[in-house]
Design a protein around this ligand. Structure first.
Ligand SMILES: *Cc1c(COP(=O)(O)O)cnc(C)c1O
Length: 421
């Protein structure tokens, strides 16, 4: 099985998720000189064992094209750093995974007269990142499934205004319904073969691989002599955190991870009592993390051989409600002038809690998953200030939205896909 097959099929034939057969450790010399490496060099090396069909130079170029934006590491004081992953086209970290995957898929999608149909379910941010990453690419088309009325107007604009090879489907239901619908479509062998279906959700391994790169980049950019950091990843479907765990498996120096969630806390509850009990998602301020049954949980378990005790040695759960999230956003802004978006704020809370519980001090890195401007409607009333929208997004808001309403049923989705030309 090659990455190409895994990427183009999305889900394994038995309905499970793809994972690399092996996670070979990176060379000690690479890890020792991390500080002197560029992000593209890091990506070229980290992706070697997964994308071995490409030459080293091709891999570096792929990473350069994917990550043609900055990923700054900003220090907030007390050894706490923010890794700003939100300077891409849709101002969310999902641009990283989506752009890498889109470029690889476009390379491999040819050789068939029918286009590859990419299905993606979104609770808000994935849809935009995937749509923007695939727009205009040959041999590929994208259907974005989203819960009607449950994403912000700006999020909606980012995937309903592109036209061409991008179609938005407004599903009568919530995000879990959209995700279920996408999974049902993949599990229907006939439909899948007929339409050349694949997934652009974080169930697709192609999105996870590039997310390993920036964990290394964060370590590379910490002040010299800081020691390995504790990472806090604000999580919904747990793709981002899984990428961090994969990075650790190949040698990322770190003190561990915080699985930071809002009240949709299936993973923190699992870490507490060893029982995995998914629930229906509840709506929160950090809506891109409103996931009741995280799709990457299986991968996290696999990485620890299904053993919760082993997972606990590396991952700590941390759950934070909206009131706490709002308070910390106000406090950090008052104290340092820094604006946290609600998702990053959950990660920041998780990081603070865990750092305080460590026996000795360690640097901390919170992964900043969205630009505050993306959530200005949430932030403005909470903080009593105006958040400027970057020009690029302002223009997007003026475009006309086009989406097709569908019920949350596979037959409705299938019938649209079959008619789509
Ligand atoms: C998608 C998203 C998350 C959650 O990431 P997962 O990989 O699904 O855990 C967190 N924050 C923002 C802003 C997101 O868009």
């Amino acid at each position: 099985m090659t990455l190409e097959t895994a990427l183009l099929s999305g889900l394994a034939p038995d309905g499970g998720l793809f994972m690399p057969e092996e996670l070979p450790r990176l060379a000690a010399t690479f890890l020792e000189d991390l500080g002197s490496r560029s992000l593209a060099e890091i990506g070229g090396v980290v992706s070697e064992s997964f994308v071995d069909q490409l030459s080293a130079a091709e891999r570096v170029r792929l990473v350069e094209e994917t990550l043609d934006f900055e990923i700054p590491l900003v220090e907030l004081g007390d050894g706490v750093h923010v890794l700003e992953l939100f300077h891409g086209p849709t101002l969310a970290f999902k641009d990283v995974g989506a752009r890498f995957m889109a470029r690889l898929m476009a390379r491999w999608a040819g050789g068939d007269s029918r286009p590859l149909t990419v299905l993606t379910a979104t609770s808000g941010d994935t849809g935009g990142a995937v749509a923007q990453a695939f727009a205009g690419l040959d041999g590929l088309r994208v259907a974005v499934l989203y819960p009607r009325g449950k994403v912000s107007p700006l999020q909606e604009k980012q995937f309903t205004t592109l036209g061409g090879n991008i179609q938005a489907l407004a599903v009568a239901g919530d995000f879990d319904d959209c995700q279920r619908l996408a999974k049902e479509a993949f599990r229907d062998d006939r439909l899948r073969a007929e339409l050349r279906l694949t997934s652009a959700n974080s169930i697709n391994i192609g999105r996870l691989l590039p997310q390993m790169f920036y964990y290394f980049q964060a370590v590379a950019r910490l002040p010299e002599g800081s020691g390995p950091p504790l990472f806090s990843t604000p999580s919904g479907n747990f793709g981002n955190l899984t990428a961090g765990l994969m990075a650790r498996a190949v040698g990322l120096p770190c003190r561990g991870f915080v699985a930071a969630t809002n009240v949709n806390d299936a993973v923190p509850r699992f870490l507490a009592d060893g029982r995995y009990r998914p629930r229906r998602a509840r709506a929160t301020l950090s809506n891109a993390m409103d996931v009741g049954d995280p799709s990457n949980f299986e991968r996290m378990l696999w990485l620890f051989d299904g053993d919760v005790d082993r997972m606990r040695q590396v991952v700590a759960g941390s759950r934070h409600d909206d009131a706490e999230t709002g308070r910390i956003m106000r406090r950090v802004h008052q104290d340092s002038g820094y604006l946290l978006d609600p998702h990053t704020a959950v990660g920041y809370l998780g990081l603070r809690h865990r750092l305080a519980a460590l026996p000795e001090p360690a640097p901390g890195v919170v992964l900043a998953t969205a630009h505050p401007a993306k959530f200005r409607h949430e932030i403005e009333p909470l903080l009593g200030l105006r958040v400027e929208l970057p020009r690029r997004l302002q223009r997007c808001l003026e475009l006309e939205s086009r989406a097709l309403d569908i019920p949350a049923r596979l037959d409705a989705l299938a019938s649209f896909l079959r008619r789509w030309h």
